[in-house]
Design a protein around this ligand. Sequence first.
Ligand code: PGA
Length: 251
Amino acid sequence: MKKLIVGNWKMNGNLTANQDLLVALAGNQNVASGACDAAVCAPVSYLFQLKNVLETTRWTWGAQDVSAHDAGAYTGEVSAGMLKDFNVRYVLVGHSERRQYHGESDSLVAAKAQRALAAGITPIVCVGETLAERERGETMDVVKRQLAAVIHAVGHCATELVVAYEPVWAIGTGQTASPPQAQAVHAVLRAQLVAACGEHGMSSRILYGGSMTAANAAALLAENDIDGGLIGGASLKPTDFSSILFAASAA
Ligand code: PGA
């Protein structure tokens, strides 16, 4: 399956710096030739800029969060319909930074995924264990519980999900899951998708995220069930990000 590389800018950027970065991305030959699929998830304030620079390319773009509500008195929230106004293709839901710092529960994440799907936006459902959970041997239980909540809520639409396995201890730490460690979790997530969606689960993409870099991308992407990457820090550095896109195209 063609790999999907998604950049997650988190709360970084400004109009000037974004423009340079986006122009560099727009010129990427691996993406232009269709050798890999690629997207950027930026703060909502910059979605218009992503749309302006990327709409004539093969790049797609996304947001990092979405409201679980449709519309109304929810100050500060952004709805899936509003994201759709900027031709957003993806939205991250349940990123560990949202779960950790904003108290997002499995059921809230599932509601967000449902809103995204209803608006025609593909949710990238982030799952992953903390270091303490890994040390207690709970990794598989945690990721299965997190994904099950979403599958349960979206039913047959589960085939439309992208899943991202992001071990919390690997995010922004420079500590990456080894390829076999990541593959073991991806295989469990794959089995869960197949159980829910039958053979379509085989073609759902499962991304790895957590300190993926130019140096380790090729080995991770060579694993059977690692269908792409969700890249934080390295997505802000054009040279590093383009090396990851190259690795994804060669995988
Ligand atoms: P990182 O972030 O690549 O900086 O570890 C990944 C993510 O949080 O999506």
